[in-house]
Design a binder for this molecule. Structure first.
Ligand SMILES: *Cc1c(COP(=O)(O)O)cnc(C)c1O
Length: 355
């Protein structure tokens, strides 16, 4: 097996860049050459395996199919200005992947094994890392599922981690433009003491109906209100939310919010710029005081918000009347992107170069 992986890697390293129309890629799934897998059995993780199959061997009674034992991650690799491939903060994703697994009683994958799998899956699909300047990147999707056949409700004893990659286009096809979002107290993504801080499929299933409702009404996302007191801003669709109030970077803090690595990084960059950072409960009314706001996550870095409409009261909170992006959001966005593409000095050591 080791020899076989070495041979495949050597061929992948020598391969020409894939012939794709990089400029027209959307944020979607495109097939690549290989995925990597690792199975947990008899109380331990096995060797990392390379596969060229896009399907999984799965028992119909596997716990992931019935009881939602599924967690995932999302991170990206970028082709830099210097031609090098950089992966952004993967140890943080590895730690969160463990936390999510533990949150739904799955076996947590060791951090080092996660990183090894990321390096391997990127190297194996090197020809799909989009060229610098295309605005595209290589999205890496790790996932873990419970595979034990069971009917009674209990955690599996066997698990599988799979990581696949897909080249993805820039989130903003038509440039970095603010959009409108909405709020409603009639929908919760998660419960107050529930699973909101874990990156699991179950939370997404619970958010699809409200997300589609927002889209049908012409909004880019639903900004959830905290599920307990129904007073505070929570998660923004599948992303974190932040605002600028009196020159401070403020972002909701709650146990029902997924700790975004993009938000963590933006908070650091905001401090680097000399901004005060507050992680706290934010009342809906405070939207009135925001000079800028945005959703943040790996897919888009920042999706600026121009207006928040309260579907329950009819109130409209206008954040950017002229529909332009605020200077702080622009600066944070440019700096983070710049670090990822090797254009800005990586002072915090966030990127790992993969050769
Ligand atoms: C993945 C995710 C985010 C963003 O996290 P990043 O690490 O910044 O990509 C935010 N909210 C939810 C619910 C998520 O699943």
């Amino acid at each position: 097996m080791e020899n076989r992986i070495d041979d495949i890697l050597a061929a992948a390293a020598a391969a020409e860049t894939a012939d794709m129309d990089w400029g027209s890629l959307v944020f979607g799934y495109y097939p690549t050459d290989y995925n990597v897998r690792c199975e947990y059995k008899d109380g331990k993780w096995g060797d990392i395996e390379v596969s060229d199959s896009v399907t999984l061997p799965l028992h119909m009674a596997a716990t992931c199919l019935h009881y939602g034992q599924e967690a995932f991650e999302g991170l990206k690799a970028f082709r830099g200005k210097d031609g090098k491939i950089r992966v952004f903060r993967m140890e943080k994703n590895a730690e969160r992947f463990r936390s999510s697994a533990e949150g739904i009683k799955m076996a947590p994958l060791p951090v080092e094994k996660f990183c090894e799998m990321v390096r391997l899956v990127v190297r194996l699909n090197k020809r799909f890392v989009p060229p610098y300047g295309s605005g595209a990147s290589l999205y890496i999707r790790p996932l873990e599922i419970g595979t034990t056949a069971a009917v009674g409700v209990k955690p599996a004893s066997e698990y599988m981690v799979v990581m696949f990659v897909s080249p993805v286009g820039p989130y903003f096809k038509t440039g970095f433009k603010p959009s409108k979002i909405c709020i409603s107290r009639n929908y919760d993504r998660v419960a107050p003491k529930g699973t909101g801080r874990f990156k699991i499929g179950g939370n997404y299933a619970a958010s699809l109906a409200s997300g589609e409702l927002a889209h049908e009404k012409g909004y880019s996302a639903m900004l959830y209100i905290d599920p307990k007191d129904k007073l505070y801003l929570d998660e923004c669709g599948p992303a974190n939310f932040f605002g600028i109030i009196d020159g401070k970077y403020v972002t909701p803090k709650s146990d029902s919010i997924l700790p975004s690595i993009t938000n963590l990084s933006l908070r650091q960059l905001a401090r680097d710029l000399g901004l005060e950072v507050e992680e706290r409960h934010i009342l809906v009314e405070e939207l009135k005081k925001m000079s800028e706001a945005g959703a943040c996550g790996t897919a888009a870095v920042i999706s600026p918000v121009s207006e928040v409409d309260d579907l329950d009261t009819g109130e409209q909170f206008v954040i950017s009347a002229d529909g332009t992006v605020g200077p702080i959001s622009q600066k944070l966005y440019d700096t983070l992107r710049g670090i990822q593409y090797g254009e800005v000095a990586d002072e915090h050591g966030w990127c790992e170069v993969i050769d």
